[in-house]
Design a binder for this molecule. Structure first.
Ligand code: FAD
Length: 281
């Protein structure tokens, strides 16, 4: 197994932009709690096609104003160059220096009329327009992106994003640590030496987790699915099992050289805090 070059272990937390005032108030409280853990940055998702453009922007600017580095996600599907240029300018003008650059997924049935096909084109465009200003993170798929023809093509496509100028990658969440270690190994063997930060999805329930994992190509191992199903409506049992499982996963990743962890918080603090407390970080 290839151990990645030592980087200081960094933690980042991802939120989605709240839709309601109630959601915004709740996210404020969550952010304050997570800010105490001294994260490297908070990131905020972006609805493909620009559906959350203003709300992502407002959330990012608010985070930055509270003294924490904020990384907006930016997806390019169905977008024009003029659109992306305007968004980049807004972020530049507001002192934002990190971006998570993605293709995004359009809702089914919606056709893309955009000027970008894949995330590597977005990375290239950001570099053309803004030089080295932004630290660019891209997505990585240790368990293979669901639309990829095969693992080789998917890896080549990932490499294109790095060659276009990505500084770091955040993975889709996974529960098979081996998939991550093999991916990191493959990067090392192919001269890709950017940090590959594992994306971590805490487990708090399972119906939604199964549905979401099906869509995004994250494998829920059979034994794990059977254990979770066995708990039925017993939420406390699901959470206790999920906490133990994800803590062990994180510990193993960090022990074997992962450069940090990126938590998909789903706008909740408690599950992430519990994992980090267990890890004594
Ligand atoms: P790409 O890297 O473009 O890859 C997409 C597919 O196309 C892959 O199958 C790849 O193999 C293939 N491909 C790539 N380049 C080429 C090429 N040049 N030629 C042929 N095939 C190619 N979605 C959102 O809408 N908003 C978000 O905020 C968001 N945040 C995310 C954060 C993280 C950390 C991750 C892992 C995912 C996130 N997503 C988000 C989901 C993401 O948009 C989807 O997974 C999407 O399907 C792929 O995006 P990508 O940037 O990885 O695309």
């Amino acid at each position: 197994m290839q151990i990645q070059k030592p980087h200081p272990q960094l933690f980042s937390f991802e939120f989605y932009p709240p839709k309601t005032e109630e959601g915004a108030a709740s996210l404020h409280a969550v952010r304050s709690q997570l800010a105490k853990l001294n994260p490297d940055f908070f990131s905020v998702t972006f609805g493909a096609g620009g559906s959350t453009r203003d709300k992502t922007f407002d959330t990012v600017i608010d985070i930055q104003a509270k003294g924490i580095a904020a990384a907006p996600h930016l997806s390019c599907v169905a977008s024009t160059k003029a659109n992306i240029r305007a968004i980049l300018k807004d972020y530049l003008d507001h002192g934002i220096s990190k971006i998570v650059a993605l293709r995004g997924d359009l809702p089914s049935g919606m056709m893309s009329a955009g000027e970008f096909r894949y995330a590597n084109e977005l990375v290239e465009f950001i570099r053309q327009e803004t030089g080295d200003h932004f630290q660019i993170h891209v997505a990585a798929y240790p368990e293979i992106h669901p639309q990829a023809a095969n693992g080789n093509d998917d890896f080549k496509n990932f490499k294109r994003k790095v060659e276009a100028g990505a500084d770091a990658a955040i993975t889709q969440y996974f529960y098979n640590a081996e998939a991550y270690f093999y991916f990191v190994d493959r990067c090392a063997k192919n001269g890709v030496d950017i940090p590959i930060v594992p994306g971590i999805m805490p487990i708090t329930q399972y119906t939604q987790l199964f549905r979401f994992s099906e869509m995004c190509g994250a494998d829920i191992p059979r034994w794990m699915r059977k254990r979770l199903e066995g708990y039925g409506d017993d939420r406390a049992a699901i959470q206790a099992f999920g906490l133990e499982l994800v803590t062990n996963l994180c510990q193993r990743l960090l022990d074997n050289g992962a450069p940090g962890l990126h938590f998909y918080t789903m706008n909740q603090a408690a599950p992430t805090v519990a994992i980090l407390e267990n890890l004594k970080l």
